[in-house]
Design a protein around this ligand. Structure first.
Ligand SMILES: [Zn+2]
Length: 310
């Protein structure tokens, strides 16, 4: 997430379904509530979380990630940046290593199968070749046979971090181009096949067109554990709040002292409270909001009326 206080994050989340925000976009979407499924309805399907920074997924979509994985998805994490800028008083090199270790902890805590680091320099992704990034994602989507992605909304508004919007746009384009038989055809010589992504859960920290709300009440403890696995980044956020307060001659006792309990209290104040507020808009205890894009069903009706057996 980086460099924004939790108050701003909470305001941005509240704006996400604000009617004014939707009128800017010009549509009133139907909002579907997604609740937990019993059993394993997603067994055999592959999900990829693709974000530039380790903490993006846990903070904005950690509950939905935990829910979908518990319902049978095989999960992969693709981290596009090297997270070299997000720590408190570590050097750039130490920061890369600390966040790499935290990434291993996050993947293990989530129960995902593997992670891939694309390692573009943090905060510099607007200088990355979009076609290079897109091509690497197309390769991974084909290799892993990704059915569903979770990432930043490429149409999210007021996003200030170039790593976020560059990654989001590359993901969106790679999702359909990976199904093209004339896109990067050298992949097929190596044994891969065209494979497009059919479902997308896009989250944003500013206003977006919300059409899917996921009930994360049953998986809230898992979400908190995922956020806690981003130790270096959470410590950075807590210490930044403390420094800002110190300039105003203030101190939050719960955010000082023991690092573990301070992190726990910060997560509650910043993220659990935000998710509770979001849930309240939909009659749920805790929720996450998305712009969801599902499989193309435009021909389903025609096919059901006209298709014959081969
Ligand atoms: Zn971020």
């Amino acid at each position: 997430m980086q460099r924004r206080g939790f108050i701003e994050t909470a305001i941005a989340a509240a704006l996400a379904t604000d009617s004014r925000a939707q009128s800017v976009i010009g549509a009133e979407p139907q909002v579907a509530i997604e609740r937990s499924n019993s059993g394993s309805p997603h067994r055999g399907k592959v999900l990829a979380l693709i974000t530039p920074h380790l903490d993006d997924g846990p903070i904005f979509a950690g509950g939905t990630l935990a829910k979908l994985l518990s319902e049978g998805y095989t999960g992969f994490f693709i981290r596009t940046s090297n997270d070299e800028k997000d720590s408190y008083r570590l050097t750039l090199g130490e920061t890369v290593l600390a966040n790499q270790r935290d990434t291993a902890a996050f993947v293990k805590t989530a129960g995902m199968k593997k992670w891939f680091d694309l390692s573009y320099r943090n905060h510099r992704m607007d200088n990355v070749s979009r076609t290079d990034l897109r091509g690497r994602l197309i390769f991974l989507f084909r290799l892993l046979k990704v059915d569903t992605v979770m990432s930043y909304d490429p149409w999210g508004h007021y996003e200030e971090n170039p790593d976020h919007y560059v990654t989001a746009q590359a993901v969106e384009a790679a999702c359909w181009m990976s199904g093209g038989n004339l896109d990067l055809p050298e992949h097929f010589e190596a044994g891969l096949k065209p494979h497009s992504v059919s479902e997308k859960y896009y989250f944003a920290r500013g206003p977006q067109l919300v059409n899917r709300v996921v009930d994360i009440g049953p998986v809230l403890p898992q979400k908190v554990a995922l956020i806690r696995s981003c130790r270096t980044m959470i410590t950075h956020m807590v210490k930044d709040v403390n420094d800002t307060l110190a300039e105003r001659k203030l101190r939050l006792p719960a955010f000082t002292g023991n690092e573990e309990t301070a992190a726990e209290e910060f997560i509650k104040a910043a993220f659990v409270a935000r998710d509770h507020k979001t849930g309240g808009k939909y009659g749920l205890d805790y929720a996450e909001e998305f712009h969801y894009i599902g499989p193309d069903q435009s021909l389903d009706d025609y096919i059901s009326h006209n298709a014959v057996k081969l």
